[in-house]
Ligand binder design. Structure first.
Ligand SMILES: NC(=O)c1ccc[n+]([C@@H]2O[C@H](COP(=O)([O-])OP(=O)(O)OC[C@H]3O[C@@H](n4cnc5c(N)ncnc54)[C@H](O)[C@@H]3O)[C@@H](O)[C@H]2O)c1
Length: 357
């Protein structure tokens, strides 16, 4: 395996690949300030894609910023037309989709997208709970919000096409699709996007980058709220009937990754199921623990359970199994592109409802 890009995510991938028993032959990283870290981590620095080809990797792992995905995939395909490529989510920016399609026509190797939420135990556990309790979902909220102001100030996470939804939006759609067992072919009811507070008018780092909500109705009639905020504000604190939920929702942090299903059981009993994806708001130092909870009318103490949720490790393992043992593709390129198209069309059809803060 060769890893391209040794930033936040590239480093996490190297750790997980090593735990998964995949040997990292080297790292391509142009930023010289990171070269000492690469050596300190016992890795070989490779000066570029051509040099990386010469070490003959079985797999390539693309962890550069999304704006660079298409160039890197194109370069890998040029030197190794049968390369097996894992690429971070989203597969590219929406404006690069045509260029990607052209590369895919000639590329002969498999490409998998690292949308690790597709391999989360929290989603599968929530699905099991929906089935066991025979819940018909009437409302679903997926919320991924974190205070990212220091990064935003440095120009990270800015997306001028998908705006505030560019970073977490693909995760939100993936979780909602997997929970409901439907493709995101949903009707948009409305959306709003707000600016990131504290930026001068016209500053791209603030314009429509603060937070966004897209409200859809699914094929089965469930109202779905997809929400993300780069200032850590949750869309809804939790059902008012469950004071515990507010505490567990909010915890001591401003980082939240939550799916909440409100629904009805066959006997008419309303029930709320909540999944907290890793890292838990109350245990931010552990990136492999999540939790699920059942909240029932009249039951003051909800049933909460912490479970292991190393979705990154699991997704990387599934990707490698797809490359090497022909097991199912955990997240095909088409799905990533489709997800981007949904976000784009929902936002453009609803932008009449924009609210700027
Ligand atoms: N799956 C997830 O949950 C998740 C989480 C965060 C980020 N991401 C995705 O991971 C990708 C990387 O994000 P990040 O936060 O690690 O970014 P980052 O900026 O921290 O790191 C990217 C690194 O790539 C290097 N780089 C840039 N161009 C390069 C090139 N042509 N060749 C080699 N290296 C190059 C940069 O110098 C930098 O060190 C993005 O696509 C992002 O959307 C996914």
């Amino acid at each position: 395996m060769v890893v391209v890009g040794y930033g936040t995510v590239g480093r996490m991938h190297v750790v997980q690949h090593t735990l998964n028993g995949v040997k990292v032959l080297g790292v391509v990283e142009p930023h010289t300030a990171l070269h000492a870290d690469i050596a300190a981590d016992g890795l070989v620095l490779l000066p570029g894609i051509e040099a990386a080809r010469r070490v003959n990797p079985d797999l390539w792992d693309v962890c550069v910023p999304t704006s660079g995905h298409i160039d890197v995939i194109d370069s890998i395909s040029f030197v190794d037309p049968c390369a097996r490529i894992l690429v971070e989510k989203p597969v590219c920016h929406p404006e690069d989709a045509e260029r990607l399609a052209a590369v895919l026509v000639r590329h002969q190797g498999k490409i998998v997208v690292n949308e690790n939420y597709a391999s989360s135990t929290i989603t599968s556990c929530l699905r099991d709970m929906i089935e066991e309790l025979q819940v018909t979902p009437t409302r679903l909220i997926v919320d991924m919000s974190k205070q990212r102001q220091p990064d935003v100030l440095q120009g990270r996470f800015i997306d001028t096409v998908l705006h505030a939804t560019g970073y977490e939006g693909p995760h939100l759609v993936t979780v909602a699709e997997d929970l409901l067992g439907e493709d995101a072919n949903w009707s948009v009811l409305g959306a709003w996007i707000r600016d990131h507070a504290g930026f001068a008018p016209g500053d791209l780092r603030g314009t429509r980058q603060g937070g966004a909500l897209i409200r859809c109705v699914t094929e089965s009639g469930c109202v779905l709220d997809l929400h993300t905020a780069l200032d850590g504000q949750l869309h809804e604190p939790g059902p008012s009937s469950s004071p515990h939920l507010c505490t567990w929702h909010t915890g001591p942090s401003n980082r939240h990754r939550i799916a909440r299903v409100d629904g009805m059981r066959p006997n008419g009993e309303p029930v709320t199921l909540v999944g907290w994806y890793a890292p838990l708001p109350w245990a931010q130092d552990n990136r492999t623990r999540g939790a699920v909870g059942v909240f029932r009318e009249g039951v003051n103490t909800p049933h909460l359970q912490e479970i292991s949720d190393n979705s990154l490790g699991a997704h990387l393992r599934r990707a490698v199994s797809h490359f090497t043992a022909d097991l199912p593709d955990p997240y095909p390129v088409d799905r990533s592109l489709r997800c981007l198209r949904f976000l784009e069309s929902w936002l453009s059809s609803a932008l009449g409802l924009v609210e700027a803060s």
